[in-house]
Design a protein around this ligand. Sequence first.
Ligand SMILES: [Zn+2]
Length: 647
Amino acid sequence: MTVTSPEVDLTGGRPVVPSRGALRPLGLGEVRLTGGFWSARQQVNGAATLAHGRSWMDRLGWTGNFTADGTGSVDRRGRQFSDSEVYKLIEAMAWELGRRPDPALATELDELTGAVAAAQSPDGYVNTAFGRPGQPGRYTDLASGHELYCTGHLLQAAVARARTGDGGRLLDVARRAADHVCDTFGPDGIPGLCGHPEIETALVELARLTGQRRYLDQAALFVARRGHRSLPPHAFGWSYYSDDIPVRAADVLRGHAVRALYLASGAVDVAVETGDDELLAAVAAQFDRTLARRTYLTGGMGSRHTDEAFGDDFVLPADRAYSETCAGIAAIMLAWRLLLATGESRYGDVIERILFNVVATAISDDGRSFFYANTLHQRTPTRPVPDDEEQLGFGGGPRAPWYEVSCCLPNIARLLASLGTYLATAGDDGLRLHQYADAEVATRLADGRRVGLAVRTRYPDDGLVLVRITETGAGPWSVTLRVPDWADGATLVVGGERRAVAPGAVEVRREYAVGDEIRLELPVRPRFTVPDPRIDAVRGCVAVERGPVVYCAEATRPVAVDTDPDATTTDGGDLDTIRIDPAVVPVDVADGVEVRARFDAPGGAGWPYRPPAATSAGPGSVPVRLVPYHRWGRRGPATMRVWLPTT
Ligand SMILES: [Zn+2]
């Protein structure tokens, strides 16, 4: 049976389509990245990362777990949640097909869809780790089995495929799986919930796509059930799966970071669709407090390795930054939903910070290796990783081609393939730009007028953003630009008139003609940033940022600067002893930013605690070149640090 939704949008899809809110998201057919920083990464994603993910999933048997007869399975391979990685890869393929036609990729997606469909039981259940002979029974391990989590990713993949032109077989599989979930966990069913949120946001999006209210109701039920300690006690506490406090009663995100952020995203979706403004405000307040107290400078979240969790307020040690790549992506998901709901441009700041400093850091230049955790301070040199070996640990180290748990790579892939949709939105009366990149945007306003614009920029290398009107109708309309939170001293030039603009949203409303130009000049230059003194782990340090990009010191050779006259760049130097001179402002130099620093003589070899005394200074200060944090670890084994002690 083929189900065709009335909402299937052949012009190109959007991951999130709320039925109400301040802003309307634009689809891949309406916003196209045409060049620059993200376009390059998007092309590598399509050309290499998708195939890389597929080859590893085939090799490790994760795709092969979807056996045709539904009986599976004694040889099932991978962790309990490996189905979800296959679904995320399918989702990434779908968004990629929304971006550009690719018959071979479409065939591959169809083939994977066929495998998933064949593994689905007649009652709609689909999961390769449970319910078959020799396996645990269905839903016997809700706390850690990830069954509903996997189903959620299946639904998201199907939504992506439907919104990029094929509302057929995969959507049919997803609807039957969702019906099974509703039948099993509905008001008259098992009163349980999954230890790993994800099904909530997925059910809402499937409801938005299909118009089926029961999926939304089920999502709302799952959100309402959480926080009552109905899951089994966990060694890390009920907070590990956000089951310690009801969603609307909590004041901050806590526990496992990805779980908490996926849940918050689903809660926003439920709140928007049900008109539950109290729930929306509660999640927005939790996110605000999390940003203020539990977020790294990079936008990364999660400082506890043991349980991949948020630490307490201000527990943000640089050298123990977990900052899982998936947590960054999940925070983008949450910020995007809040941006659409509220129209507050500051959520665009959050997304930008995470994109340039977590997502861009995580993936290698060739798109074939990645960071699972994103530390802000690498004390011992990273080591080369063979490109054909799966890594068992994921708490640090270099980018690796694959990990035993490889949630992050397909998550990056699905985000990059759909990234165009995060650039711009439409309001009632115009277009809004949230991220700056070479792009073309065209859509129809609420009154039917077609409008369009093209963006040209070298951002984030420099701060000049040119917006040229490419389509317009009669009468005035608005172009609204985000002036980033760091951009004090920005200037806007419209029709030859120049004016200063403050951080926030700046609206330019007028009767446009094709060819009209808006020029935004953002002050992209290096600057020092200091931490809140309550973040004890980095008190007395500075970081350097330039526009939205966080910089770092990186040492690729184990030499001491005081004995190597050439080591005045980031090639060398003992970063444990670096002391930045905060009186000398950082300046742009070729391929980086230069600061002045002194390298203290290393302390003694013994007991590292001693009476207070001035540290023994090495020779005078030397120039040290910092590089964008997202570029670290790309030149071979290296030490690195973002937060730099001062003299
Ligand atoms: Zn991950």
